[in-house]
Design a protein around this ligand. Structure first.
Ligand code: FES
Ligand code: FES
Length: 156
């Protein structure tokens, strides 16, 4: 059985016709060729596939694609400005050397983007709680947390 539906992805309305049990991650990567969201565990455990649906982080590998019908989806590709400018969280990762292999980075950036939309001055605890569903094998997390704290303190 297939499902045809429309959603807004990074500001653009798209209509897709996919298998009814398809996940949002595979629609983004395979149909829309937006490969920034990564396929890690494919079981909702690692957060590498995190995108925002109506501003909230979701594990797109377990998010049924038809559930995005009529919703607004944001991926890492949609964050950078038309002039190439980075968002504060993206800039924090660059300036804070918070990336090693980079596989987890899009998921972390999306989760943290949602966090600072709701809370522009998160504490370390807020950041750690927000990131509880995002796993990183490389950084040990401290460079990521320090980068976000530095960036959000500088914004005040
Ligand atoms: S790939 Fe989705 S949570 Fe791991
Ligand atoms: S930077 Fe390699 S998994 Fe996070």
């Amino acid at each position: 059985m297939s499902a045809e539906f429309s959603m807004t992805v990074n500001g653009r309305t798209v209509t897709v016709d996919v298998a009814a049990d398809e996940t949002l991650l595979h629609v983004l990567r395979d149909e829309l060729l937006l490969t920034g969201a990564k396929e890690g565990c494919d079981e909702g455990e690692c957060g590498a596939c995190t995108v925002l649906v109506d501003g909230k982080p979701v594990d797109s590998c377990i998010y049924p694609a038809p559930a995005a019908a009529g919703r607004t989806v944001s991926t890492i590709e949609g964050l950078v400005g038309s002039d190439g400018s980075l968002t504060p969280i993206q800039r924090a990762f660059v300036d804070g050397f918070a990336v090693q292999c980079g596989f987890c980075t899009p998921g972390f950036v999306m989760t943290l983007t949602a966090l600072i939309e709701e809370n522009s001055k998160p504490t370390e605890r807020d950041i750690r709680e927000a990131l509880s569903g995002n796993l990183c094998r490389c950084t040990g997390y401290s460079t990521i947390i320090d980068a976000v704290l530095t960036a959000t303190e500088e914004r005040s």
